[in-house]
Each structure stands twice: as C-alpha cells, then as structure tokens.
Design a protein around this ligand. Structure first.
Ligand SMILES: NC(=O)c1ccc[n+]([C@@H]2O[C@H](COP(=O)([O-])OP(=O)(O)OC[C@H]3O[C@@H](n4cnc5c(N)ncnc54)[C@H](OP(=O)(O)O)[C@@H]3O)[C@@H](O)[C@H]2O)c1
Length: 366
C-alpha cells in the first residue's frame, strides 16, 4: 500500500472519528477490570520540538506487557498508564526541528510505554521508516522481537557458521525471529522447545530439532543428539532452566539471559511460581566462568532506550534483512483494543504461534 493512499485513509478516518481518541489505560494490577478503554476529546496534534504525532495502525503485545498487567515486570511506569512499547502508523504532524520525517510517512515506533492508543506523540528518534513493502502489522511485530533476537544471537552470542543454538519459547515472537536469524548463517543447528502442535510451523522457519518440553526432558534430548552440548543458549525462562542451560554449554559457549517467563504460569499471578523462580535463580562466580571457558550475559531492551545509535544500527540491519526476504514477522492474531484481555490470554494460555497484535480499529477474524 503506497504512502499516498495511507494519507488519504487516515484523513477519512480522522473525519469519521473526529471527536474522540481512544487509549487503553492500566489502572491496577492483576484484575481483568483494571484495564480500561478510555476516550479523550480529539484536538489538533501539536508535537513539541523533536517530536512527531502518528495515527496508530497496529501495536505489538509483548510478554512484558502481560507480566506488567500481573504486576511482575520491573520496568512498569507509575499507575495509571497506557501500556505498549511498539507499534506502527502514519505521521500526521511533525514538530520543530524534525527534518527526516514528514506527514504521510509510515513509521514503526519503539518506546518504553504508551503505544496502545489511536494517536500518539513520540520523539522522532523513537521512530523508524517502514520499508515500502512492509505492512503495518509486520511493522508492529518487528522491533521488540527482532532487535532482541538479533542482539542476543549476534552481539552477545557471536553466532558463527557451524554453531549450535538452543532457543526456548521457540514458537513465540522472539523465538521465531531467532529461528529466521539463525537461518542467515550457514550450517547452524537449532534446538528449540515448544508444544508439539507448533513443531510443523517451526520446521518451516528453520528449526533443526524441535523438542516438546511437556513430554521430553530437553537436556536429555539435546545430549543424545549433541553429547558436547551447544554453543549458545537463549534463556528467556530463568529459574531452574538457567542452570540447565549453563550446563549444556560447550567450552567457549554463551548463555544469554533475557527473560523470566517461569514467573508466569497463566492468567493469574502465581506466588508459588514467583517464589520457585527466585529460589532457583542461577548464580556463578568469575572463577567458575574462567575455569569453564563459558560466558553468561544479560540482555534487557527496556534499559537500552537511550542508546539511540546502537538501536538504529540494529534496525538498519533488520530492515535490510527484511528487504532481502530473510526475515518476516509471523503474525499469530490481531485483536481490537476492546479485546486486549483476550489477546493477553492467548499468550498466557500458550496458544500463540508468533506475534499477537492489537489494533485500534474494528475486530478482525482470528
Ligand atoms: N530482555 C528483553 O529485552 C526481551 C524482549 C522481548 C522478549 N523478552 C522475553 O522473551 C521471552 C519470549 O517473549 P515473546 O514475546 O517471544 O513471547 P511470546 O510470543 O508470548 O511466547 C509465548 C509462547 O512461549 C511459550 N511459553 C513457554 N513458557 C511460557 C510461560 N511460562 N508462559 C507463557 N508462555 C510460555 C508458549 O509456547 P509453547 O506452547 O510452545 O510453550 C507460548 O505460546 C519472554 O520471556 C520475554 O519476557 C525479553
């Protein structure tokens, strides 16, 4: 869809919905009724210096948003707040000093929070131009998952030809991004944990050995196939799984911790799971690392928002990979703002394969 056509559509939308702008607001933790859909009177956009305003077309739902809703995420702003760290839309106004964006540009956005609204004002440095052929849904699914997978695999993991990688939560947004990125390097063996019904789709995205962790001990399975272990462990689980991953590393292997999914076991906060995960927290001394020839790294995109050049560089490489056809976000489902809690349940109940999205507009078939 061309930029000109988008501008026309946005104008029509703005006329049809001129009085109110809707946003999702989290007003408390844990309960379904604490997520509110609020409206405010629409006013002409007035972005400040260095800012731009966009009409939002699609937003990403991330595991962190689901954890935040339960009150177990470490980067949560004070209540009440509008969640959402990524999305895509069309620029409707630019502020003073913004020379590299113009009205009508299609952009994707990465911000600490505040994306889940019909219109949002952000710093222009928090936006990235979308490639011509990219849809808004793909753009809303790209940034958090692919930046994370890219930096974990290449910047910390130093992924090289011939390496072997363990990808947990392989059928999630980051997991599928990681599989596609592993395919850009020659002869990489990918072990991945996921529910059995998701394995066919994972094979299409390049997994070598899918493992159903519900029925199989993944450590035993990997040791059977690769007795020496693996070169890189991507660890989004935390708790007891971090030690298991560490013990699977070959000499010169790296474990990158980037999540604590074991804290969450379903739609309600589970105090037992919280206690168990913290109790089983992995720790290792510098001397142990030295003697084992291994590395343990930590990655959290939420603490990199000020590193504009670093993130810009990664997004430029991701856009090139997208344009070359090497990566393509896999969309699981798209939900209207009204159904945000159903969208969250899709992840909490492990139903999703790929990215879950929210859209301000009317409901779509899922
Ligand atoms: N550090 C960072 O900057 C950063 C950025 C993005 C994401 N992350 C982390 O990366 C991990 C994956 O995120 P994502 O967005 O890719 O997730 P996602 O798309 O929501 O993946 C969900 C899938 O993971 C599997 N899963 C395994 N354990 C789970 C659990 N305890 N609860 C729910 N699902 C579980 C389920 O599939 P199966 O049926 O196959 O088990 C589920 O369908 C999370 O830990 C997240 O916090 C970190």
């Amino acid at each position: 869809m061309s930029a000109e056509r988008e501008v026309a559509e946005v104008a029509t939308e703005a006329v049809g919905d001129a009085h109110q702008l809707r946003s999702l607001v989290l007003t408390g933790f844990g309960c379904h009724d604490k997520m509110k859909l609020k409206s405010r009177p629409a006013a002409p956009p007035a972005p400040g210096p260095g800012q731009l305003t966009l009409r939002v077309r699609a937003c990403g739902l991330n595991f962190a948003d689901v954890m935040a809703q339960q009150g177990i995420y470490d980067r949560t702003p004070p209540l009440p707040y509008t969640p959402g760290m990524e999305g895509a839309g069309v620029v409707v106004a630019v502020g003073e000093g913004v020379n590299d964006r113009k009205v009508g540009d299609r952009v994707m956005v990465l911000i600490p929070s505040g994306m889940w609204q019909e219109e949002v004002t952000v710093l222009s440095t928090q936006t990235f131009l979308m490639p011509e052929s990219m849809t808004f849904e793909e753009a809303a699914a790209l940034l958090v998952n692919y930046i994370t997978a890219y930096m974990v695999l290449f910047d910390f993991g130093n992924l090289r030809p011939g390496h072997s990688v363990l990808v947990h939560m392989a059928a999630g947004g980051v997991g599928i991004a990681a599989l596609q990125l592993c395919r850009t390097v020659e002869n990489v063996t990918v072990f991945g944990t996921a529910s059995a019904r998701k394995h066919e789709m994972l094979k299409e995205n390049g997994i070598t050995h899918p493992i159903d962790y519900h029925t199989t001990d993944y450590v035993d399975e990997i040791k059977k196939i690769s007795p020496k272990g693996v070169d890189i462990v991507m660890d989004p689980l935390g708790g007891a799984d971090t030690a298991k991953g560490y013990n699977l590393l070959k000499p010169m292997g790296k474990l990158i911790s980037y999540g604590m999914a074991n804290l969450m076991t379903g739609p309600k906060r589970n105090l037992m799971a919280l206690a168990r995960t913290w109790w089983n927290q992995f720790s290792v001394s510098a001397l142990q690392l030295l003697q084992a020839n291994r590395a343990v790294c930590g990655f959290h995109l939420g603490y990199l928002h000020d590193e504009v050049e670093l993130i810009d560089g990664v997004v430029t490489r991701l856009v090139a990979l997208y344009n070359q056809g090497h990566i393509k976000p896999h969309i699981d489902s798209v939900w209207p703002f009204e159904k945000v809690m159903d969208a969250m349940r899709q992840m909490q109940e492990k139903k999703n394969v790929g990215k879950v999205l929210l859209v301000p507009g009317p409901e779509k078939e899922n």
